[in-house]
Design a protein around this ligand. Structure first.
Ligand SMILES: C[S@@+](CC[C@H](N)C(=O)[O-])C[C@H]1O[C@@H](n2cnc3c(N)ncnc32)[C@H](O)[C@@H]1O
Length: 305
């Protein structure tokens, strides 16, 4: 199957993947109908954290929407965006953004194509509602159990007064919304015609499951790709592998960051396309994908087939 990548200012293609430096929504507007078989993505949340002014603050260690978690055990921790600072206007803007994204994905995905979209317990409803409203079927939610260090704090400036109180639960999981473009006819018909409509099993005896234990990306992977939202290969390869039930087709990550999804697709031997707007992260992905894709993981090994 031909992979058509719209040529934007910077673009790199290999046998299995294409990378585009540009805006995902603009790219999607020009992409061909029914050219993508699955989307695996970790989008910007709050939209503001990846805007140039906030990225400048992050890179200058000036905070802004980014919070540097305390280093209580001597470990250097990656910054986290503070989603609680979002205003009602920010949330409405976010809903409009996900509505536009969902609409464009409906067009480029083949019937039965799945979308796996990373979110968080505070904001997931702002993503799910637009996806359902444009006609995607909600097919469940994947719970990635991981300590995010988000929440669990005592009331600000009143820690001593309320020592037994947490303002919010300490988050121990990351929800991934799972959506499907409606199938053409029965699942079996859709599988024959488009190669999609279902999820790849872990093995003959074991179906794909919606609970996946996975710590944050650490050590070697983080050195290769020091992106604040890097997803570990051991986790993302499981998602990518499940997304193409017959192992054929093209995976799209419209917000690829440092390219962990594309590296996972490469490790599984799948075709993929990654889009990233920020030039620094695009260059990071360029270097990181060949290295991340050859990392040995405990789960899934090198090959997803
Ligand atoms: C949450 S991060 C993804 C990180 C990725 N999962 C990884 O492992 O590196 C989202 C990325 O989307 C990029 N981004 C934000 N808005 C975008 C847009 N409109 N088009 C393309 N990329 C965008 C940001 O620069 C950021 O790198």
């Amino acid at each position: 199957m031909e992979v058509k990548a719209v040529v934007l200012p910077i673009n790199r293609s290999s046998k299995n993947y294409s990378m585009v430096c540009g805006d995902a929504l603009e790219w999607l507007k020009k992409a061909s109908h029914h050219s993508i078989h699955a989307v695996v993505t970790d989008p910007p949340y709050g939209l503001i954290e990846y805007k140039p002014d906030q990225l400048q603050k992050l890179r200058g260690k000036k905070g802004g929407v980014w919070r540097i978690p305390p280093s209580f055990d001597g470990c250097q921790r990656t910054p986290l965006p503070r989603f609680t600072v979002l205003t009602e206007d920010d949330k409405n803007e976010m809903k409009r953004f996900f509505w536009r994204l969902a609409n464009l994905l409906r067009k480029v995905l083949v019937p039965g194509g799945h979308v796996f979209i990373a979110t968080n317990p505070l904001l997931s409803y702002l993503v799910y509602e637009p996806f359902i409203s444009v006609g995607f079927e909600k097919r469940g939610e994947i719970a990635r159990t991981t300590q995010t260090l988000r929440g669990g704090d005592r009331p600000k400036n009143a820690h001593r007064e309320f020592p037994d109180v947490s303002v919010m639960p300490r988050s121990c999981w990351e929800p991934w919304g799972l959506f499907r473009n409606p199938c053409e006819g029965r699942v079996q018909d859709n599988l024959r015609k488009w190669g999609t409509g279902a999820l790849r099993r872990i093995s003959e005896d074991e179906p794909f499951k919606d609970l996946i234990g996975s710590g944050p990306a650490r050590g070697h992977e983080r050195k290769i790709a020091p992106h604040p939202s890097l997803k570990p290969q051991a986790f993302i390869r499981q998602i990518v592998r499940a997304a193409l039930p017959l192992g054929d087709g093209v995976i799209l990550d419209p917000f690829m960051g440092s390219g962990s999804t594309i590296a996972a697709a490469e490790a599984c031997g799948f075709k993929s396309i990654g889009i990233e707007k920020d030039l620094e992260y695009y260059k990071m992905a360029l270097r990181a994908i060949p290295l991340l894709s050859t990392i040995k993981t405990e789960i899934g090994g090198l090959s997803g087939r």
